[in-house]
Design a protein around this ligand. Structure first.
Ligand code: FE2
Length: 504
């Protein structure tokens, strides 16, 4: 770990998270083609509900049980986060990842299942709500007549994931601070402050909670300077350590995995090239650039092992573990390139649903052996995303991954959830059919001491026939039996990305 000039380096990293020095281009006021395309598509295609603006004052409703019965012992709250506001004053964001963070909670209690949704009250949200228009540059969009940025959190939309840390719920993004939320009321409490000159330093959206110790590991990227920060946080939310790791190539790194001894990053071939606005335009896919695997020693951040893999890209991992000889095994949703980030997520904003054609992620197992040797093997046919694991085995050898899945002839995306045994290849799946589009399947252990993989899978979905959002509960070991219970809301919610569970 770099310790010299640490405070100065961290300050630079905080500034790097934003684009304060970049002048924002002015845009003429005219009919916005993206807004117009979406309006047209939404007249006839209910799939476009996945990127419809949520109401500014949110949602609040009981869900109706439409089949089955709630599993015995399932009590608690599913939190989910994702983009929920895409347009203001007839102008629409260009990219799915730009939308303002919209937090949802699904609480299972004696009364049934209650759903709530609230926008996260970021600095950006509050300023733009007051102004009635978008003011600030987003990741991949620059609104008309944009204002300037004074720091990384000015453009923070807190729209990607959620983490329970002690009594706090954190809404996560990857370019700035975590946003602190009261998990009971969903009220925003401001940017999470860690002290030590770390305000505004990126705290990415896929932290990992180490099995046993409960220590939370995370990172934040400074892609422009080929480096990242490592975060080590206690289970109570106290910062244990943070420091810069240099010489990590500036690729778009969205997720990572931990093992007993290592923090493992795959730096794909979607690399930072040159600072541009919007910021996403700073990246390009370099088909010649190998994907790099970097394993950093948890106990000495200056020690690392690296591997070169074929060019590729990924958003998400399942999990990883380390064998006695140091071999690391991980599974991930790997793509040949970054066309979804570079094209598909733009098409979605226009209401063009037929984006999921090729170049989608497939479930792969990657073996990183001593001496720089590596191997990539397919774990199944078809496309997958949002891999999830039994969280009690984070960083440890385990058996299974759950994920959403779809086939090449399903251009509108996933209608199926699957469980895959990594060791035997056994597959267990359920397909909801053509009008139910599924979101991340979260594994909920039946109890803290239940055997590995014994519990439930909860996932939300958009039913385009009913034009309503659903929640389905499965026995995690018997997906093919179908949902044990399904609920429906009287409205449709925009799609989210990631969630977490708080036992009740
Ligand atoms: Fe993600």
């Amino acid at each position: 770990m770099a310790t010299t000039s640490r405070r100065e380096a961290l300050k630079m990293l905080a500034a790097a998270g934003g684009v304060a020095a970049m002048p924002a281009p002015a845009a003429a006021r005219q009919v916005d083609p993206v807004f117009a395309d979406y309006q047209t598509a939404s007249q006839t295609d209910p799939w476009t509900l996945v990127v419809r603006d949520a109401p500014a004052n949110g949602f609040d409703s009981q869900a109706t049980l439409v089949s089955g019965s709630a599993p015995d012992g399932l009590a608690g709250t599913l939190f989910r986060n994702g983009p929920g506001r895409f347009s203001r004053q007839d102008w629409r964001y260009r990219h799915w990842f730009d939308g303002d963070g919209f937090l949802q909670s699904w609480t299972f209690d004696a009364e049934g299942l209650r759903h709530r949704g609230r926008f996260i009250q970021t600095v950006k949200w509050q300023a733009e709500e007051a102004a009635g228009r978008f003011i600030l540059p987003a990741l991949a969009s620059v609104p008309p007549q944009p204002g300037g940025l004074s720091g990384p959190d000015d453009m923070n939309v807190a729209n990607t994931s959620v983490l329970l840390l002690g009594d706090e719920l954190l809404a996560l993004w990857e370019g700035g601070s975590a946003w602190s939320i009261d998990p009971d009321t969903l009220e925003s409490q401001g940017a999470r402050r860690w002290g030590g000159g770390l305000d505004g330093v990126p705290f990415s959206a896929h932290p990992k909670r180490e099995a046993g110790s409960g220590i939370v590991w995370n990172f934040g990227q400074d892609a422009m300077r080929d480096r990242m920060i490592i975060w080590k946080v206690g289970p109570d939310g106290a910062l244990l350590d943070a420091g810069i790791v240099e010489d990590v190539p500036g690729g778009m790194v969205h997720d990572f995995v931990i093992t007993e001894h290592s923090l493992v990053f795959l730096v794909g071939s979607y690399r930072f090239q040159q600072m541009r606005l919007p910021f996403l335009d700073s990246f390009a896919f370099d088909a010649e650039a190998p994907m790099l695997a970097i394993a950093i020693d948890k106990n000495d951040w200056s020690r690392r092992r690296t591997w070169e893999l074929p060019p590729g890209f990924l958003f998400h991992f399942g999990g990883a573990w380390e064998e006695a000889d140091g071999t690391i095994r991980l599974d991930a949703a790997l793509s040949q390139d970054a066309r979804f980030a570079m094209a598909g997520a733009y098409d979605i904003m226009r209401g063009l649903a037929e984006t999921q054609t090729d170049s989608q992620a497939r479930h792969m197992q990657v073996t990183l052996a001593p001496g720089g040797r590596s191997r990539i093997e397919s774990l199944g046919d078809g496309f997958i995303e949002f891999p999830q694991i039994d969280p009690r085995l984070t960083g440890l050898r385990r058996r299974e991954t759950w994920h959403i899945a779809w086939d090449v002839d399903q251009p509108r995306g996933a209608t199926r959830i699957e469980r895959r045994n990594l060791h035997t290849g056994e597959r267990d799946a359920f397909d909801h059919g053509g009008s139910v589009f599924v979101e991340e399947p979260l594994f909920i252990p039946a109890s803290p001491t239940a055997p590995e993989g014994e519990g439930w899978i909860l996932h939300t979905a958009l039913n385009t026939h009913a034009e309503q959002t659903e929640l389905h509960a499965f026995n995690a070991q018997h997906l093919s039996d179908g949902p044990v219970a399904s609920w429906r809301l009287p409205y449709a919610c925009p799609f989210g990305f990631h969630g977490c569970w708080r036992p009740g």
